[in-house]
Ligand binder design. Structure first.
Ligand code: C5P
Length: 408
């Protein structure tokens, strides 16, 4: 069966104040039927037309109404909410909301979200015909469309027709089915899922190298960065295999996870996931494994502690980046360093033969944390990215990968 058009897509719906707000309820139903997830923000004026209860029941999520609600901010802050979404839809978009967005005025949750987001926004204007045709509103709409290169405000409607106030002309909100079409176009068009049809393999987490059946050598990698990258690539439409060492993390939506323990298993699973267009090897692979794993638990005895003989693990990254028929177009490695990040990342790039290295400064608060500071080193140059969340880094990296693969 073909996948529903909005499977695993996240929509933040802002419902403004206008009689057309009742159509927002039908829109929620259509998005969910198409496999999408919806969270709603209801403005104070919007709440005069539809109730938070109806929106909560239809979206299956609590409805956000104000900026300053401690419960809301602790579960998902308003900035995070604006980043959670793949697309923001404003329906109905009133003259007031349009004016605020066009002028960067952020004085409530809806207008703040519109300015805080890094995602595309779709406006479905709805207002009286005279208001719609007023040069101030038209200028604001043109201004918003002109922000396209920034985070892309698109507009659907309004339609011509008879209005609730009895006047006739453009100003009716587009029908929910037409708004749905615009949503699918925006998300599934070349800008929405640029990695559709592309395959990605991502390694993440630590490896665990057995000493005996109960003990082993491992490291402090949480796997969070690699999992976020797998999720971000899947969000852009890639078919993603995540080869993961032992972690406590859930499988991201739309990602196939292969669980492994040791470096040797990780290498085997990574090669089995080929061919791929891109490989992102973020796992913290142990450099050594124990030579001759004991078949039974090693006992403490009068002879003192055992001596562990170590042998070198295969270098998965170098193996994958080596020229060959199965080499992914883009092979990306990570370099966790505590000093001389750029120099070390650059030397790793040539030593391992990969295309990009994400240099990771692990000198402060990285392991298990949600934040990270990275530098992207390519053959052309190096860029330091500001400290940001692992999810943001993942999205930025996925966007760069999409850019590279679609232009290659
Ligand atoms: O050699 P080093 O561990 O510093 O290199 C880090 C990069 O190489 C990471 O991308 C890591 O996933 C990869 N790597 C690997 N196999 C190894 C060691 C590291 O794929 N045995």
């Amino acid at each position: 069966m073909a996948q529903a058009p909005l499977t695993s897509r996240k929509i933040l719906l802002i419902v403004g104040g206008g009689i057309a707000a009742y159509k927002a309820l039908e829109l929620v139903r259509l998005i969910r039927k198409a496999g999408g997830e919806v969270q709603a923000v209801l403005t104070a004026a919007g709440a005069e037309f539809v109730t938070p209860l109806s929106l909560a029941a239809l979206t299956g999520h609590p409805v956000r109404q104000t900026l300053f609600m401690p419960e809301d901010e602790t579960s998902m802050g308003h900035i995070e909410l604006s980043r959670w979404a793949d697309l923001i839809v404003v329906a109905p978009a009133t003259a007031g909301l349009i004016a605020k967005a066009a002028n960067g005025l952020a004085d409530d949750l809806a207008s703040t979200t519109l300015i805080a987001t890094d995602k595309k926004t779709l406006l479905a204007p709805a207002m009286n015909v005279r208001m719609w045709l007023h040069p101030a509103v038209q200028a604001n709409v043109e201004r918003l469309k002109g922000f396209d290169g920034f985070h892309g405000m698109a507009v659907v409607g309004p339609d011509d027709g008879e209005m609730a106030c009895g006047e006739y002309g453009p100003g009716r909100m587009a029908e929910p089915a037409a708004i749905m079409d615009a949503i699918v176009r925006l998300l599934d068009g070349p800008d929405g899922r640029p990695l559709s049809g592309k395959r990605a393999v991502v390694t993440a987490g630590p490896t665990f190298e057995a000493i005996d059946p109960v003990r082993g050598l491992t490291n402090r990698s949480s796997g969070k960065q690699g999992y976020a990258i797998a999720a971000a690539l899947a969000d852009l439409g890639a078919e993603v295999t995540l080869v993961s060492g032992p972690t406590a993390l859930a499988v991201p939506v739309g990602v196939t996870r292969i669980d492994v323990e040791s470096a040797v298993e990780m290498q085997r699973a990574t090669h089995a996931a080929l061919p791929a267009d891109v490989a992102v090897l973020s796992a913290a692979v142990a450099d050594w494994r124990v030579d001759g794993v004991a078949s039974g638990k090693i006992k403490k005895g009068p002879g003192g502690p055992p001596t562990l003989a170590l042998i070198e693990n295969p270098d998965i990254l170098a193996g994958l980046a080596a020229p060959g028929p199965n080499r992914p177009t883009l092979v990306i490695g990570f370099a966790a360093e505590t000093s001389d990040l750029e120099t070390n990342a650059r030397s790793k790039l040539s030593r391992k033969g990969c295309d990009w290295i994400v240099g990771n400064d692990v000198s402060d608060d990285v392991f298990g944390s949600d934040g990270n500071t990275v530098m992207l080193v390519t053959r052309e140059g190096a860029e330091t990215w500001p400290r940001q969340s692992k999810a943001e880094i993942a999205r930025a990296l996925a966007a760069r990968i999409a850019d590279h693969l679609t232009k290659a």
